[in-house]
Design a protein around this ligand. Structure first.
Ligand SMILES: Cc1cc2nc3c(=O)[nH]c(=O)nc-3n(C[C@H](O)[C@H](O)[C@H](O)COP(=O)(O)O)c2cc1C
Length: 143
């Protein structure tokens, strides 16, 4: 399931791409948060949260929704974030959130080997290596 929050549409755009590739159902967090609803989520479901970065972390209302959702326990969870320039401590915060909620955080767990795949293979060039990669062509072997 792709659970997404979006204010100005960037995260929604990314959500559509992810949902298209993964064929996962969508869950619109803006509405759920407004209505105080919590989704039906089975234990063995893999969850992909897509959110903007607000103040160097995921929006606090999304964090609270995750905290308060009793259906969240034990699932595998990805976080995908869109931002203007920097995510600050969002990685650490989401890791801590997963640990508090007994969720399985799916990240690199410190094992990133700087292979560049995330940067070069992103279909919309959304991933940057600080300022160094900004505006530069993405290379992928044409064969
Ligand atoms: C209240 C607010 C706080 C933001 N804080 C950050 C931030 O800390 N770092 C950053 O890089 N971008 C920040 N941004 C920019 C958004 O993360 C970025 O525009 C994002 O793609 C918006 O996603 P959306 O269109 O799905 O709402 C902030 C935007 C807003 C409205």
């Amino acid at each position: 399931m792709v659970l997404y929050f979006s204010g100005t549409g960037n995260s929604k755009h990314l959500t559509d791409i992810i949902a298209d590739k993964t064929k996962q159902p969508l869950y619109y967090l803006n509405d759920a948060i407004k209505k105080g609803e919590h989704s039906e989520i089975s234990q063995n479901e893999t969850l992909i949260f897509v959110t903007p970065i607000y103040g160097w972390r995921i929006p606090s209302i999304v964090e609270e929704w995750i905290h308060e959702n009793n259906n969240l326990n034990g699932q595998k969870v990805y976080f995908v974030m869109t931002c203007g320039g920097g995510i600050g401590n969002a990685g650490k915060c989401t890791k801590r959130l997963c640990s508090d909620k007994n969720l399985q955080y799916l990240g690199w767990r410190g094992a990133c080997t700087h292979c560049m795949t995330c940067i070069c293979a992103c279909p919309v060039s959304a991933i940057e290596y600080g300022d160094i990669s900004k505006g530069k062509r993405r290379y992928h072997c044409p064969n």
